[in-house]
Structures are given as structure tokens and as C-alpha cells.
Design a protein around this ligand. Structure first.
Ligand SMILES: Cc1cc2nc3c(=O)[nH]c(=O)nc-3n(C[C@H](O)[C@H](O)[C@H](O)COP(=O)(O)OP(=O)(O)OC[C@H]3O[C@@H](n4cnc5c(N)ncnc54)[C@H](O)[C@@H]3O)c2cc1C
Length: 390
């Protein structure tokens, strides 16, 4: 059985200094008040246009971000390759919604697809559909509200950009993940992603939809997708995550008086996630699977399913994935056992990636046990190295 507590393997790429930095960081962000203070500090310094890079770059940025540009991330990709780990470079700048911002982000998505072409170190490209248009439009389209003529034109432009990214990925033979975000945007995104899968996934999965398994309506949808793939002869690209917006979604549902889309309990989400994994492995002839999770049990469930279905550990259709800077005990130990693993690596200049960094800090504070787990593993490895040196 795979040992996720093997810290020697988990941290073999880390120097003692890296470990001390990570220990300091996780020790700090386990306190909600420090995260709140950090958020205020970042807000004030950016408002006053004061430099923040000097304090963030060697600390939280270094832990969770690959670099400012794709080119600057290349040494990291080469280093991870030594440990059988692939990369997914995620342009994580959170820009505005004007035409220039949208165009600039779109161009960067194209660059990341080109960067992945024929690059053995890169497993997938990725993009956020919400970066291709305005939130207001996606929300309206998802609610099936009547669009004005201008909005219809804007929506066509959105679909046009979306399709161009899928087309470029297909031309380059690069698999592309379509990230999922808020519930209120998701119907329009799902519908178009399904269309793209029907178009581009004839020979193999190029386009991957994302299912947030904290949603209680995803299993019936999974079944519908499978039947559609059988009927229309294509492969479903399926990225599973639990979902990152639970509190916001619950509040919004309450505020607007619709049924909460999220499973009632953590256990229900966990069961839903693992049932999704079981379903796709049982129907693997019509799926390619990407399991994005830091949950030890779910990683184990997938590893066991691969074994019980007599699939090769490195079956090209199945990938595990964790965010860069988190859960290396899962990534490195899985890769060590020959499974396909990719680290999700955000990149962008410091200023543009601030909202992402704040979310990472908040998530590590909010998800019970996440930071404690990271800290315990880091401390164990520091102790092990000291002991073995004696
Ligand atoms: C590679 C990768 C890619 C990702 N891409 C996306 C993406 O495109 N879209 C996105 O939304 N997120 C994405 N995420 C984040 C992901 O959705 C989770 O927020 C995060 O990974 C924590 O969940 P977990 O599976 O790692 O494990 P855990 O820590 O075991 O689970 C925590 C999650 O369980 C759920 N949960 C917690 N409490 C409850 C409760 N009381 N009731 C119901 N459910 C509960 C929530 O979803 C919470 O985030 C990604 C994560 C990874 C690793």
C-alpha cells in the first residue's frame, strides 16, 4: 500500500532552507488573524502603490507560485521532471473585465498552450472561462435570461475565444482543462464545454470539463455525459475537484432563495467525489480522468481503482494532481510509485497574483487540518534529517 507519510520521498527536492521557509509560512497562515492582517497589508500597500514584492516574493509567492512568466518557470519544470512529476501552468493573474484585459489574458492562455506543445514536462494547458468575458454576461447567459443584441454579440465573442483556445490545443495535441468557478456562471460554461468535447474529443480527450463534486447534481450529469459520449462517439475529458467556493455558494443560495447547490455535509461531498472516480474508472473506455485533490482518501481510492481494474499505473488516461506548494507527500509518493502526477503551477507577476495568494492563505486557514497536516509533515522531515545526520 502506498505510504503517503513517507516524508523522505515527499520532500526529496527540498533543501533544508526550503523546509524552514515552508515551516515558517504554514506556522503563520494557520492563524486566521495573521491572514487577515496580511490581507489588510496587501490592500493598503497596493492602494498606496507601495512595493510589496520584496516581502511576498521570498515567502508566500515562492511557496505557491512558479514564477512571473512561462520562461521563468522552465527551471522548475525541469526540476520536477527529475521526480517524475509533470506541470500544468496556470496563468493566475486576476485582471479586469475591459477588452484590453480580456485580450491580454487570452493571449497568455494561447502562449501557455504553445508552450505545452511537444513539451514532455507539461501534462495539460488550462484556462478560466470567466477571464474571457464579464461575470454579468456569464451569469445572465447561465440563467437563460433574454440577452440584448449587444449581449448576444458579446456572448458570441466569448464562445469564439473559448473555441479558439480548444482549437489551438487540438492543433498542438495538447490536452486543455476548463476550470470551474461560481455556480451562477457554470451552466453556460458547462454547456459550451460539452459542445467543445463533442467537437474536439473524437480521437482522444483534448478538452476537459471540470466537475465540482461538492455539487449534489453532478453524478446524474456524469451519467448523461457518458451516454452522450457513447451516442456521439467521443471521449469525455473529466477533471474532478471538490469545489472552492462553498461558503460563498451557500450564502448566495440563501440570499436569492434557491436550493443550496452544495452537498449538505463534508462526508456527502467526499462520497460524491469518490463515487465519481469509481464511475469513470468503471467506464474508462469513454473517459480520461484528472483528479485534482489534496484528500488522501480520494487519492488512495483512485490508486486502488487503478490496481483493481488492472490498469497500468502510468495509464495515459489517468492523472492525479495537486497545487504547487501543497500536499507534496501525495504528489511525490504517487509519482514514486509510477502514477501520473501533475503539479498545478500558477504563474504571473507578483501584483497580479495577489488575489490567488490571498485565497491560498485563506484556504489553508479555513480547511480543517490542511495546514496542520502540512506542518506536521514538514516537521517530521526536519527531525528525520537531523536524526540521520547524527
Ligand atoms: C489540481 C487542482 C485543481 C483545482 N481546480 C479547481 C477548479 O477548477 N475549480 C474549483 O472550484 N476548485 C478547484 N480546486 C480546488 C478544490 O476544489 C478544493 O477547494 C481543494 O482542492 C480542497 O479540496 P480537496 O479535495 O483537496 O480535499 P479536502 O480538504 O478533503 O476537502 C475540502 C473541500 O470539501 C468540501 N467541503 C468542506 N466542508 C464541507 C461541508 N461542510 N459540506 C460540503 N462540502 C464540504 C469543499 O469543497 C472543500 O473545499 C482545485 C484543486 C486542485 C488540487
Amino acid at each position: 500500500m502506498i505510504d503517503f507519510k513517507n516524508t523522505q520521498i515527499a520532500f526529496e527536492a527540498k533543501t533544508n532552507t526550503d523546509l524552514q521557509r515552508a515551516k515558517f509560512l504554514f506556522n503563520s497562515i494557520k492563524h486566521p488573524w495573521i491572514v487577515k492582517l496580511g490581507k489588510c497589508f496587501v490592500y493598503v500597500t497596493t492602494k498606496l502603490r507601495l512595493p510589496v514584492a520584496w516581502v511576498l516574493k521570498p515567502t508566500i509567492y515562492k511557496q505557491f507560485v512558479g514564477g512571473e512568466t512561462l520562461k521563468k518557470c522552465t527551471p522548475l519544470a525541469n526540476q520536477l521532471a527529475k521526480y517524475n512529476l509533470k506541470c500544468i501552468f496556470d496563468y493566475s493573474a486576476e485582471g479586469g473585465e475591459n477588452a484590453d484585459d480580456i485580450q491580454q489574458t487570452f493571449d497568455e492562455f494561447i502562449s501557455s498552450i504553445d508552450y505545452a506543445k511537444g513539451n514532455d514536462n507539461v501534462a495539460y494547458a488550462v484556462f478560466k472561462p470567466t477571464a474571457l468575458t464579464t461575470d454579468a454576461l456569464l451569469e445572465k447567459a447561465s440563467a437563460k435570461a433574454e440577452l440584448t443584441d449587444d449581449e448576444k454579440k458579446e456572448f458570441e465573442e466569448f464562445k469564439n475565444r473559448f473555441e479558439k483556445l480548444c482549437q489551438r490545443a487540438s492543433d498542438n495535441d495538447v490536452r486543455i482543462l476548463v476550470d470551474a468557478e461560481d455556480y451562477c456562471f457554470q451552466d453556460a460554461i458547462d454547456e459550451f464545454t460539452d459542445e467543445m468535447m463533442r467537437k474536439f474529443n473524437k480521437k482522444r480527450a483534448i478538452v476537459f470539463t471540470t466537475f465540482q463534486m461538492y455539487r449534489h447534481d453532478r453524478m446524474p450529469y456524469l451519467d448523461r455525459l457518458y451516454n452522450d459520449a457513447v451516442k456521439n462517439d467521443y471521449t469525455v475529458g473529466m477533471k474532478f475537484v471538490r469545489g472552492a467556493y462553498m461558503e460563498k455558494e451557500r450564502e448566495r443560495a440563501k440570499q436569492f432563495g434557491y436550493t443550496d447547490p452544495i452537498c449538505p455535509t463534508k462526508q456527502a461531498t467526499d462520497e460524491n467525489y469518490n463515487n465519481g472516480l469509481r464511475y469513470v474508472i468503471e467506464h474508462i473506455e469513454k473517459f480520461e480522468v484528472f483528479a485534482g485533490t489534496h484528500n488522501e482518501e480520494s487519492n488512495r481510492v483512485l490508486a486502488d481503482l487503478i490496481d483493481t481494474h488492472n490498469l497500468a499505473h502510468d495509464d495515459k488516461r489517468i492523472f492525479f494532481s495537486q497545487l504547487y506548494g501543497m500536499s507534496d507527500n501525495l504528489s511525490y509518493n504517487l509519482a514514486h510509485e509510477g502514477y501520473n502526477v501533475a503539479k498545478y503551477i500558477p504563474y504571473a507577476p507578483v501584483k497580479k497574483v495577489l488575489p490567488y495568494l490571498i485565497r491560498r492563505a485563506e484556504e489553508n486557514t479555513a480547511i480543517a487540518g490542511q495546514t496542520t497536516r502540512e506542518l506536521e509533515l514538514i516537521k517530521t522531515e526536519i527531525r528525520r534529517r537531523k536524526r540521520d545526520k547524527k
